[in-house]
Design a protein around this ligand. Structure first.
Ligand code: ZN
Length: 149
């Protein structure tokens, strides 16, 4: 995936309060350095120290299951229950290139999986059953037809 298209996409990712964090990170490291970068803030800007900057992240462990509703500003109006691992361990680099690991449960686990999926070009609707996804696509087409999307 080319960096600029992901940049544009991530700027729309207000659901995890990533906008400011992303811009600061770009100021620090320059826009073209990293092919896979995401910023996650599940405190929604309330605790900036918990902001996670993940470069080249990979999920190395998954545990359990959770089924919770997700939305994405790339797909306005659409919210569906998505099955995810309940707990994940992620390996990533920080802005200095140093590798580290982070574990997340519940919302953080979901945010990690949602955002890392984006880096792989996967949207949450791609995680739905065929039937559910077809219904969502039909809903989007209807909204588009009515000029509401
Ligand atoms: Zn998203």
């Amino acid at each position: 995936m080319d960096t600029n298209s992901y940049y544009t996409h991530t700027m729309a990712e207000l659901e995890f309060g990533a906008r400011l964090a992303w811009r600061n990170t770009l100021d620090c490291i320059g826009r073209t350095h990293w092919k896979r970068l995401t910023v996650i803030d599940v405190s929604f800007k309330k605790k900036p120290e918990e902001k996670l900057v993940l470069i080249n992240p990979e999920i190395i462990e998954r545990e359990g299951k959770q089924l919770e509703e997700e939305g994405c500003l790339s797909l306005p109006e659409i919210r569906e229950k998505v099955q995810r691992a309940a707990k994940v361990k992620v390996r990533a680099q920080d802005v200095t290139g140093k590798w580290f690991e982070v574990e997340g449960e519940e919302l953080l686990a979901r945010a990690l999986q949602h955002e890392i999926d984006h880096l792989d070009g996967i949207l949450f609707i791609d995680r739905l059953s065929r039937l559910k996804r077809d219904l969502v696509i039909r809903k989007i087409k209807k909204l588009q037809k009515n000029g509401e999307w």
